[in-house]
Design a binder for this molecule. Structure first.
Ligand code: ZN
Length: 474
């Protein structure tokens, strides 16, 4: 028998349509068209049968046999998939190692050596399969990945992600200067391999089509390792092929100084990327910890998105980024794990580290002469950064990030009662239990989502869907 074309989920839906807004629909039904992978409708407090709901949403003559219904348990909810706006797939090869050095020394001592080994396609296959599996298991439905400078290994990464069913941007790293001899490329090699990679990944599809699962992203490693000709060439490629762009910006004081030394004519670090045509609404800049006023202005005016990578910023002693300042200025912000500058390939960890970073700023500025840091990030804001905020940084806010009609169904079934769950049950959490017993389900779920943000792990991610397809289940 053919599989039903539509899927309907009944139970609690939780998402964050805006920064600080946690939307709970405790008794809802959500329909998915498996052919398009998109949400066809959401109903709240409706007693209508699933097929009836799908008929109302689509206007099609849908029968009971055309709909597969999933009733979520009392301890389960459906939420948008988590979005990782910055990670390095080859650096999973030294996950959790080498956090004893600051950024520039860390690159020379560990990173370049590890990444140079990815000229070996077999190594790439092994490491990338494991990396993508870990990401998916942690509920990451879309990520922006860096590969290495090697074309073949980058194509293997794109294939591995596609096979796993995850949504992604994948970048071939470009570095034609200030790199060791054993891990460098000429300007022409860098630009030609990038163009070949773009064609190989797209295979004739449009980069502007949000339904294309894996798409290329233009990836200068960071300004100091790219010549002006390389950066300008990459800017042209991004414009010609309508591609997103990712790189690093203002991560550590030594790196900012080095960037300015490499490009003495540019007034700020951001101005280097801007001059090369690499700054726009499809640009993702990781870190943005040590931003000058000119950096802030260019990022804001060009619509650049910021990937906040707190674990990495703590682990490499880089500093603490001021997320509240970006948000207040209308700059899009999402979260990045930045493996393996960050040691955890988990957006749950990224939310907790972002919480710690914002509290660190509040505490550090309380008694200093600097302006106050504003309020610390709360659970709803952290969840927004990990979902719709990240989607916006990826230029995908109309396609993923919340559970709304018309969006792609990238979602998680979270199970609070999973075996070994680190989230305590309501029976030992009186505040939750009281609301449940009073039938105040929305209030009970608000508390449980706060617990999810601060306590959950892979064991609570029961099912992962991307584009309507189940790609992971416990
Ligand atoms: Zn990075």
């Amino acid at each position: 028998m053919a599989r039903p074309v539509y899927a309907v989920f009944r139970g609690c839906l939780a998402d964050t349509p805006a920064m600080g807004t946690l939307r709970i629909r405790a008794r809802a039904a959500l329909g998915v068209d498996r052919r398009s992978g998109r949400i066809v409708g959401v109903a709240t407090e409706s007693d209508a049968a699933p097929a009836q709901l799908v008929r109302e949403w689509t206007g099609e003559p849908v029968g009971d046999g055309d709909v597969e219904t999933t009733d979520l348990g009392a301890d389960q909810l459906l939420m948008p998939g988590l979005v990782d706006t910055h990670t390095h797939a080859p650096q999973f090869a030294f996950l959790g190692l080498g956090h004893d050095l600051p950024l520039m020394e860390w690159l020379e001592t560990y990173t370049f050596r590890h990444e140079s080994q990815f000229q070996d396609a077999d190594l790439a296959r092994t490491i990338y399969a494991d990396a993508v599996r870990r990401m998916v298991r942690g509920g990451c439905t879309m990520a922006a990945y860096y590969g290495t400078i090697h074309l073949e290994a980058c194509c293997i990464l794109a294939e591995t992600i596609r096979d796993a069913g995850q949504r992604a941007y994948v970048g071939k790293v470009c570095m034609d200067q200030n790199a060791p001899d054993y891990y460098s490329e000429t300007t022409d090699e860098s630009l030609q391999a990038t163009e070949a990679f773009v064609h190989a990944v797209l295979g004739g599809q449009s980069a502007a089509d949000d339904g294309v699962l894996v798409r290329p992203i233009i990836t200068p490693r960071f300004a100091p390792t790219c010549s002006a000709r390389c950066l300008h060439g990459l800017g042209r490629l991004a414009r010609d092929h309508q591609l997103p762009i990712q790189s690093h910006l203002c991560e550590s004081p030594a790196e900012v100084a080095f960037a300015k030394e490499c490009f003495p004519d540019c007034v700020s670090y951001s101005a280097i990327y801007h001059a090369a045509g690499l700054f726009g609404p499809r640009t993702i800049m990781a870190h943005c910890v040590h931003m000058s006023d000119d950096d802030m202005r260019l990022v804001r005016e060009c619509g650049v998105g910021v990937s906040h990578c707190p674990n990495s910023n703590f682990s490499l002693s880089s500093g603490v980024a001021d997320v509240r300042r970006f948000v207040d200025q209308g700059i899009p912000v999402g979260l990045g794990t930045d493996v393996s500058g960050g040691y955890a390939p988990s957006l749950l960890d990224a939310m907790r580290m972002a919480a710690a970073a914002s509290r660190t700023l509040v505490a550090a500025r309380r008694d200093s002469a600097q302006p106050a840091a504003g309020s610390p990030l709360d659970a709803a804001e952290l969840l927004f950064l990990a979902t719709q905020g990240g989607a916006r940084v990826m230029g995908m806010q109309a396609s993923i990030g919340t559970l709304d009609e018309g969006k792609l169904f990238d979602a998680l079934v979270v199970d609070f009662a999973a075996p070994g769950s680190p989230v305590p049950p309501p029976s030992v959490t009186p505040a939750v239990l009281r609301h449940q017993q009073a039938d105040e389900l929305e209030q009970a779920w608000r508390l449980r989502i706060e617990q999810f943000v601060f306590l959950a792990d892979d064991r609570n991610i029961a099912r992962v869907y991307v584009g309507g397809r189940l790609i992971h289940a416990l």
